[in-house]
Design a protein around this ligand. Structure first.
Ligand code: PLP
Length: 375
């Protein structure tokens, strides 16, 4: 059915797949998980971010491999991980507003799950400490370090040092360590990327020494995304926990950005031709309600079977391609595409179709795509 580009993506019978569909290739996900563990050295060093998949089934595949720690960005993701049985969950997000009370509710609902979060400012630290102490609970708080992305956090310096001490002395809170995410380190060349990661790490290493000298021991440093993963993995600090996310599904954005990494796209879009409005055009049922639209229009999908395809128009439920092969397509024909950015793509789907050994074997819920589940 599909072109000869890669037989691993063939699907025997697509008749039950309602398009546009996100198809997850379970065997390739498992392969990526094994590669993630290989790069890390062992499963205990890993704290993968679940934002890419948001699926309990993937968390369970990780648990089966001995990965018991998880990272997330929302309470829905935290709840999904806890329900799956992940025993140590780090919500890498600064809690404000109702999320303070939700942290208390989470601790009460999952008393046996280890739970931690980030902070980068004294006010939420005080609010979280007061709420936890009033409930007779406590929570580990990691200081969010700004390693150069300038999204959240404070630089690894005196302000960070003061926040670490403040957390350590706030009733209801425990100093949980440092969070060092370096989403800016997207250098294509591995050596350049390694250098940039080292430059982020040096001030962190000094901060760790100062904390140690002040009698505050740092239980963990949760570091990195996919790009910096192999670089942090090569470091030997036993407190380091590695937190790539995209690697489980990968996408063509990261495949092109990080050619040194051996992960393969494991979640593709299946789409059908719905019209051939002109001799050069093929229109697919693949609008931006089905695929992430944060990459620029025209560059949101890769069609391995149609190397010359140009995405010339995308609306909510339509994608128009121009290709020299347009004449060979009929309405109902199917095409596979690799998303440029898989994480927000999976969040657009209530369920995914799961393929193993060339067959659709089940569907998985993308349960944590919601903003809240029960907490
Ligand atoms: C805080 C944090 N940690 C880890 C990750 C995972 O990074 P990647 O998508 O590069 O695997 C992300 C991604 O957005 C993130 O925001």
């Amino acid at each position: 059915m599909f072109g000869p580009w890669d037989s691993r993506y063939a699907i025997e019978d697509t008749s039950g797949i309602i398009t546009p569909a996100l198809v997850v290739y379970r065997d390739l996900v498992e392969r990526n998980l094994d590669e993630m563990i290989r790069v890390a050295g062992n499963a205990a060093r890993l704290r993968p971010h679940c934002k890419t998949h948001k699926m309990r089934a993937v968390a369970e595949l990780e648990l089966k491999r001995g990965i018991t720690k998880g990272k997330c960005a929302t309470f829905a993701e935290a709840e999904m991980l806890a329900e799956a049985g992940v025993s140590d969950i780090f919500l890498a997000y600064n809690l404000v507003g109702p999320n303070i009370a939700r942290a208390v509710a989470f601790r009460q609902r999952f008393p046996h799950t280890r739970f931690s979060c980030t902070a980068d400012h004294p006010a939420p630290i005080a609010a979280l400490g007061a709420a936890m102490a009033a409930a007779g609970l406590d929570i580990d708080v990691l200081v969010d370090i700004d390693s150069g992305q300038h999204r959240t956090g404070v630089p690894a310096g005196p302000e960070a040092f003061a926040l670490c001490q403040r957390i350590g002395s706030t009733p209801g809170l425990k100093f949980g360590g440092l969070h060092v995410y370096d989403g800016q380190n997207h250098q294509r060349e591995r050596g350049e990327r390694a250098l940039a990661v080292r430059n982020c790490w040096d001030p962190v290493a000094s901060l760790l020494e100062q904390l140690e000298a002040a009698g505050l021991s740092t239980p963990r440093i949760v570091a990195g995304g996919t790009g910096s993963f192999p670089v942090f993995a090569a470091m030997t600090d036993p407190r380091l926990e590695l937190s790539p996310g995209t690697v489980v599904f990968h996408d063509f954005g990261y495949r092109d950005t990080f050619p040194d990494l051996d992960f393969v796209p494991a979640a593709l879009m299946l789409t059908r031709v719905i019209s051939r409005p002109t001799p050069e055009r093929v229109t697919l049922d693949l609008g931006y309600k089905a695929v992430a639209s944060d990459p620029p229009a025209g560059n949101r999908l890769l069609f391995p079977d149609l190397p010359d395809a140009k995405a010339v128009l995308q609306n909510e439920e339509h994608l128009v391609l121009e290709t020299s092969q347009a004449a060979s397509f009929q309405p109902g024909d199917e095409i596979l595409a690799i998303p440029k950015h898989i994480c927000p793509t999976s969040a657009l789907h209530k369920q995914v179709f799961v393929v193993s050994q060339g067959r659709v074997v089940e569907r998985w819920d993308v349960s944590a795509r919601d903003r809240w589940l029960t907490i």
